[in-house]
Design a binder for this molecule. Structure first.
Ligand code: HEC
Length: 119
């Protein structure tokens, strides 16, 4: 008799678990459960300014190539893949500057996935 309830109970746990993990996957730094497209001016520019422009400003400093200026939307947009690659492999910013947080890289990556929106 008791076994009759077993499938019901397992189904309940199955559904409650899958619901949780879906919520986890959707969560990104600047969204709170809602799907929101990231935009350059609000979501990306402040991060780059904080961690990259010390060297990649205009003009570049501390040995960064003169062509690697990441101030404007056009400059960041054009170099986004190279920037993401260097962030992801941990080679930028230089080790002396301290590591980027995982959410920094995730935000930049999501901005690219969202279509590199300007504002
Ligand atoms: C302390 C100075 C400094 C900071 C901060 C810094 N970089 Fe750099 N970056 C350099 C130097 C020096 C080079 C040239 C040497 C090299 O390629 O490793 C460089 C090169 C690069 C290149 C290759 C450019 C090219 O044209 O070859 C990319 C891409 C890059 N940096 C991305 C970034 C990103 C993204 C950030 C911020 C998350 C950042 N860097 C922060 C100093 C810096």
């Amino acid at each position: 008799m008791k076994l009759f309830f077993l499938p019901l109970i397992s189904a309940f746990f199955l559904f409650s678990c899958s619901g949780d993990s879906e919520d986890d996957l959707k969560e990104t730094p600047s969204t709170t459960g809602q799907e929101v497209n990231l935009i350059f001016e609000k979501d990306v520019k402040p991060l780059i300014a904080d961690r990259c422009l010390k060297c990649h400003g205009s003009p570049t400093m501390f040995g960064a190539p003169a062509s690697a200026v990441y101030v404007t939307f056009d400059q960041v947009s054009a170099n986004a893949n190279a920037m993401l690659a260097r962030m992801s492999n941990g080679s930028m910013p230089p080790a002396s500057e301290g590591m980027l947080s995982a959410s920094f890289v995730e935000t930049f990556n999501k901005w690219i996935d969202d279509g590199k929106l300007e504002e």
